[in-house]
Write a protein that binds this ligand. Structure first.
Ligand code: BES
Ligand code: MN
Ligand code: ZN
Length: 495
């Protein structure tokens, strides 16, 4: 995983320093900024000529690359659209387009002309954070299980040339962004790994590694024997058919005062979901290696908060199991007893995410959390509702729902709230247990959230259904979502 280094420099240096590529933002109906004109002149007027003949323009996200001259090997222009509508979403189109273009170019280093972006220091810092994040993410390249790794991006050094903020501040903003991007890349790597590599034990090892790497992170792993002694009959029922032992991974980050209530993140870590006895169809089943996307995001967030040194306490809990059919597997109609004491009739063994999460949600009561957010690739139905654009958001507290919605918008990692209430919840009533694990077939994402809500009555809780957002397809792989949203949420809490 290559991580580009980030630097700040004076605006004038873009025209004089030696670089593989200089990136120049263009706005509709605006002349080149002073430093952009200097770059243009130093590179033999190529940018102005490209604009004159219509090759380069300010259309939002449009990338035009031209050969330069002298110290400037290439110029890349990026369209930023109208100044008046250069909002957060437009910024993200620009940082995304530039990052992808740089990562797939031959350039190893780039200087971005920063001062056309904004006069406002905060807007500029915000843009640089996005740029640092998107650049780190564009450089991610999966090779873990390739015998002969395919070559990936070779880009390694990003400099922003700007006078509006100090070079130190520019570097810091880029660097915070890159830290978030690296956190999301850790998530992507874990989520992309195949099920035979990334098992519950592998995730436990990953957790312990984070504990060794960061002073403020301590990790404990509960094995099946321990979970049985605590009464986690629901979580354990999911792994019954698997030879891979289930694990509950608990990662504590202490960045705030010891007495301060922690924020808890609980991740669904089904390292492979065959559906169990309620077996899934063969077609597309391989994508169920992504069913630990929620867990993956918890690892990415823990790494990021530790790197950023956020001054709050965060506890990440990962409920890890493999859902397999076998002679020992849970059968439809079986009744299990959860740690809360509530009994569950398992009518469909493919609705397993909620079964591991409910015991993890009961487990975190002991931390007297400020707020709890679970993250899970929980239902196919959420893809019907929201596609691959927004994560599904459910909450028993309006304030928490609002802070997560806001964090999603601010980070370009959107979540959209759906309802949970008694009318939906009653689908879960059962004749043979306190509840059943599936509803009657309508509003599947909502009834899944209602199931979880029954185990989260003792604290403020939200649930993110990331089945549509944690990964796109086998080919495109893991996205690293919702790491940006969660990190933004925790940064808000820390500030
Ligand atoms: N892991 C799946 C949900 C899923 C589907 C994630 C597609 C990513 C992409 C989950 O365990 C599952 O199988 N859910 C069932 C629930 C049903 C049995 C009530 C579903 O969505 O069909
Ligand atoms: Mn399932
Ligand atoms: Zn699943």
């Amino acid at each position: 995983m290559s991580k580009p280094t980030v630097h700040g420099a004076s605006a004038a240096s873009a025209a004089t320093a030696k670089s593989d590529i200089v990136v120049v933002p263009l706005f509709t109906n605006e002349d080149l900024s002073t430093s952009a004109s200097e770059v243009n002149v130093a590179a033999g007027d190529v940018l102005q000529r490209a604009i004159n003949i219509g090759d380069a323009d300010a259309k939002l996200g449009k990338i035009t690359t031209m050969v330069g001259s002298g110290n400037i090997a290439r110029i890349m222009s990026v369209g930023c659209g109208d100044r008046a509508s250069f909002n957060l979403e437009a910024q993200l189109s620009v940082t995304g387009a530039v990052s992808r273009a740089l990562a797939s170019s031959k350039a190893k280093n780039a200087i971005v002309v920063g001062d056309p972006i904004a006069d406002d220091k905060d807007a500029l810092a915000q843009f640089l954070e996005f740029l640092g994040r998107d650049m780190a993410m564009a450089c991610y390249h999966y090779t873990a299980t390739l015998g002969t790794p395919k070559p990936g991006p070779t880009f390694s050094k990003l400099t922003v040339a700007v006078d509006g903020i100090s070079t130190a501040k520019a570097k810091q903003s880029l660097s915070v962004g890159a830290t978030i991007g690296n956190g999301a890349n850790l998530t992507r790597e874990l989520v992309n790994l195949p099920g035979n590599v990334c098992t519950p034990s592998y995730l436990a090892k990953e957790g312990r590694a984070l504990g060794r790497k960061y002073d403020k992170v301590s990790v404990s792993v509960l094995d099946e024997k321990k979970m049985a002694s605590m009464g986690m009959g629901s979580l354990l029922s999911v792994g019954n058919g698997s030879d891979e032992p289930s694990k509950l991974i608990v990662m504590k980050y202490e960045g705030g005062p010891a007495k301060q209530a922690p924020y808890c993140l609980v991740g669904k870590g089904i390292t492979f979901d065959t559906g169990g006895i309620s077996l899934k169809p063969a077609k597309g089943m391989e994508s169920m290696k992504f069913d630990m996307g929620g867990a993956g995001s918890v690892f990415g967030v823990m790494q990021t908060v530790a790197e950023l040194g956020l001054k709050i306490n965060v506890i990440g809990v990962v409920a890890a199991a493999e859902n397999m059919p076998s002679g020992c597997a849970t059968k439809p109609g079986d009744v299990v007893t959860s740690m809360s004491g509530k009994t569950i009739e398992i009518l469909n063994t493919d609705a397993e995410g909620r079964l591991v999460l409910c015991d993890a949600l009961t487990y975190v009561e002991r931390f007297k959390p400020e707020e709890v957010v679970d993250i899970a690739t929980l239902t196919g139905a959420i893809i019907v509702s929201l596609g691959h654009e927004a994560s599904g958001l459910f909450a028993n507290d309006d304030g928490l729902a609002e802070s997560l919605t806001a964090a999603g918008l601010a980070s370009g990692d959107e979540a959209w709230r759906l309802p949970i209430n008694k009318r939906y919840d009653r689908q879960l009533n059962s004749k043979y247990a306190d509840m059943q694990n599936i509803g009657t077939g309508t509003a599947g994402s909502i009834t899944a959230a209602c199931f979880l809500a029954r185990f989260a009555e003792k604290y403020k809780w939200a649930h993110l259904d990331v089945a549509g957002t944690a990964f796109q397809s086998m080919q495109k792989g893991a996205t690293g979502r919702p790491v940006p949203l969660l990190v933004e949420y925790l940064r808000q809490k820390a500030s």
